[in-house]
Design a protein around this ligand. Sequence first.
Ligand SMILES: [Zn+2]
Length: 237
Amino acid sequence: MLTSKHINPAQLLGQTDVHLHYVNERVAIHKEMKATFDVMVAAAKGDGIELEIASGFRSFDRQLMLWNNKFSGKTSIKDSDGEVVSLGDLSPLELTHSILLYSALPGASRHHWGCDIDVYAPNLLAEDYQLQLEPWEYSEQGPLAKLSAWLGQYAHQFGFYFPYARFQGGVAKEPWHLSYLPLAQQYQQAFDVELLTQALKNSAILGKDVIIENIDDIANRYINNVCDAPSNVILAK
Ligand SMILES: [Zn+2]
C-alpha cells in the first residue's frame, strides 16, 4: 500500500509537477503509477490495442485557461449529446453548470493529481481520424469499442477504474477517463473545499463570484459525486 505522506496542497491543486514523470513533452503521469501503467500498456499491446494517453496531468493554470475560454465563449461548450450549447440566455450560474458537465474547476480537476488519464488507442482509429473524446466513440458501435471492452475486462487487475462510468447528476459519463485507485483514493480523501475556495479567490477565474457563492453545491454535485471503484480493483502495488 502507498501512503499519503507525499500529498500536499500544491499537488491537490495542480500547482506543482514534482510528483510527475514526463512520458513525452505533452503528457505527464504520477511517478508512482508509471510502472503499473507500463505493464497494463504491454498487456493491451499483446491483445492488439495500443493504449495511449490523450491527456494526463493538467496544471491549475492550464485548467484555468480551458475554463475561461469556455466561460468567455472562446471555445464551445457541449452537452452530453455532443451538441454545442448556446450561451445567449444562460445566467452565470447556468453557464457554470454547463461547463462543469465536462470541465472541472481549476483546482478541482482529477487531472491535477497525475494518476487520472484520458486514454484511447490510435491503432483502432483511421489515420486521418480526429479523436473527439465523445461517449459514442467508446460505445459498442464506436471505433474504440475494442478498447472499452478490454479495459472493462482487465483494467481492475492493474488498479484502474472509471470514476465517471455513469452519469450521476454531475459530471457526464466519460468512458475514456481512467483513475489509478491506489493513488486517486488518497487525493480524493484529501480534497478540501476551503483550500479550493482560497485558490479560486486568488485566481483570475471568470464567474468567480457565482462559483464561490455556490462552491459547496458544486463540490457535492461534481467533485465528490464520482462513481465508487468496483470492489475487485487491485489496490496493492
Ligand atoms: Zn479526464
